[in-house]
Design a protein around this ligand. Sequence first.
Ligand code: MOS
Length: 699
Amino acid sequence: MSAPPVGAVGREHPRLEGRDKVTGAARYAVEYPVDDVTYGWAVPAAATRGRVSRIDTAPALAVPGVLDVLHHGNAPRLAPGVDDTLFLLQEPTVHYRGEFVAVVVAETLEAAREGARLVRIDYDTEAHSTVLSAHHPGLYRPDKVNPGYPADTAEGDFDAAFAAAEVQLDATYRTPAYHNNPMEPHATTAHWRDGRLLVHDSTQGATPVQATLAPLFGLPPEAVRVIAEHVGGGFGSKGAPKAPVVLAALAARQVGRPVRLALTRQQLFGPIGYRTPTIQRVRLGADADGRIAAVCHDAISQTSKVHEFAEQTAVYTRSMYAGRHRRTTHRLVRLDVPTPFWMRAPGECPGAYALESALDELATACGVDPVELRVRNDATVDPDSGQPFSSRNLVACLREGARRFDWADRDPTPGVRRLGRWLIGTGVAGSSYPARSRAAAAAATAAPDGTFEVRVNATDIGTGARTALWQLAADALAVPADRVAIGVGDSDLPPAPVAGGSMGTASWGWAVIRTCEQLRQRLRDTAVPAEGLTVEVSTADEVRAQRPLARYAYGAHFVQVRVDADTGEVRVDRMLGMFAVGRVVNPTTARSQLIGGMTMGLSMALHEEGLLDERYGDWVNHDLATYHISGCADVERIEAYWLPEEDPDLNPAGVKGIGEIGIVGSAAAVANAVHHATGVRVRDLPVRLDKLLDRLPAD
Ligand code: MOS
C-alpha cells in the first residue's frame, strides 16, 4: 500500500491559516467569543523601588461598570517559589517602575481603563539604581549564563598571546536596551469552571504556560488548559508566561467571571522583559595576515533584583572563529529594573555585533579583505568543545554571498565613494546560531476515509510552523498533503517545547515524523477501524541519545549603505543574506523568517534604542512613535538565499532552525558598511546621525 513520497517538503506553500488571518476568522487570545466576559486593566507602579503604603480603590469602584480592583491586599493567593516574576499582587513591594500592582476589572474595556486611571496609590520609596555601567559596584560573576553555559571560559594563555601578537585590537562596543514589540501584545482570556482554569493566551508555548500556572495556582497540571491557536508574534518575549496570564487568572477567580486582559503598547516596554543593554570589550591578537592567535570577549549586562537573567552575550565568540588562546567572561549587575528577557537570538545577536565589528576592524588594521579574513579564521573543530561540527558551511556562505553581491570589485578604502551627496559603502559579517532539538510528543490518527489528523502542541507565532509541520507530516505519511490536517497550539495536545531557540520545527517535526512513520507502519498490517487508528510517540529517548557534535547554522550578511555627507543620514540600499540552515521545509515562510531577522538587525543598527531616565528608572521612549522600529521600506532591496545542505546528524526533518540566524551579525554588517562609507567607526549602537556628523569626510 505504500505510495511514493509526494514531496511536500521543500515546496513553496502559503500559510495554511493565511486566509483565516486576512479575513479575520483567525482568533487571537482576546478575540474568542466568551459569555459573560469582563475586562481587566493592569495598573503599573509609579515608583521605582519601595512599597505600596496605601491604596484607595474607592474612586475606581465608583466608575459605572467597574466590578473590582485587585491588589496585594485582596487578590487570591499564589504559591511562592514558582516564578518570582509572576508572584504578582501578593506583596506591597515594588521592584521596578511599571511593575503591575493592581488590576481593575469591569464590564467594559473603557470602564476598566477609566478605573485604572483613578486608583490612588501611595508609595514609600527608596533610592534606586537603574543604569548599567562598567564600573558599577554591584558587578558580579553569575554561576551560569543562559541556557546553562559556564559564565567564563579560558583555553591557552590569552594574555601572553595577545601581548605577543603583531596586530592587536582592543575595542569596546555598547548596545542599548531593545524592546520586543510583537503586533499582538501580551494578552489573555481566562475562565474558571468547576475548579479548572482555561486560558487563551498569547504565548510561544502552551505547555510551559500550563506547567507554570498549575503550581502557581496550586492545581494539578490537568486542571489547567492553555490554548494558543494563533499568536501575533513573540520574538522571545512570549517564550515564558508573563504578567497578563497571571493577572487575568487572578481576576477571573476573584470576580467569578471570564476576564480578558491585554497589555497596552506602552506596557510592553518593561514588564514583559527586554534585551539587556551590553558593554562588550573585545580583544583580538593576530599576525600581519589577520590570523587570530588570541581572542577575548568580556561582556557586561544587567539583571533585576527579582530574578537572575544572565544573557550569554560572549558565547558566540566561543565557537565562531579559530584562535588557540581564548577567554570569555560574563558579568552582571542587579538593578531596580524589570527582568531582561529573550529577544531574537538573545546573546548571539549582541555578541555577534561586537565580534563581527571587531573582525572588521582587524581586517582594516591588517589590510586584509574582511571576507578573506573570516575565511582565514575558519575553525575545523569547535574551538570551545573540541567537538567536530555536524556540518559547517560558513566559508561557503561567505564565498557564495560575496559572489552574488559582486564583492570582488570592492575597493577597501573607507570614505572615498561618492554618488552626489551620498557616501557609499559595503560591509560584511558572519553569522551562526546553535541548531538544537528538544524532546516533543505528537499524535496522529488515520481515518477510514484515507485522511489523517496530526496533533502536536507546537505554537505558530507567525513563522509558518503549522504549515511546515503539515508538509513534514504529509511526506512522512507518504500521502498527498491535502489528506492531512494539523492541529497545534493547545496544551491538551501531546506536550511539546516552546517556539524558541530556533528549535521549534526541529523538535516538533521530529515528533511528527516519528509518529507518522509509526502510524504508516501500523497501517501496513491493520485496516483502519471505524473510530480511526491513533498512535502517539515521544522523542524523549531519541533526542537524549544524540551524538555529541557541535551543531550550528551559519550565514553571511552583505550590506550596502549610503550616508548623506552633510547630514549623516544613513540609508540601506541592499541587504543580502546567504545561509546554510540544513533543509528548508517551506521556502516561502523560510525566506520571510530570514529577511525578517535581517531587517530586525538593521533596526538594531540604526533605529532601536531604549532610553532610560535615571531619575525615574523608566524608559522615556515607550511607544512606537518614539521607539523606532524598521519597516520594510527601510531597506530598498533585500535578498535571502540558502545553500543546499544535507546534514544527517541533526534530526529527522534535517532542519537547523531559521527563526534567529537572520538577525545574528546583521547589525554588524550595517555598521561595517557605514564605516566603509564614511571612515567612521561607531561602537555604540544605534548608528545615529549625530554620532557621524562631525566626523564625516570633507569633499
Ligand atoms: Mo527566541 S528569543 O529563542 O523565542
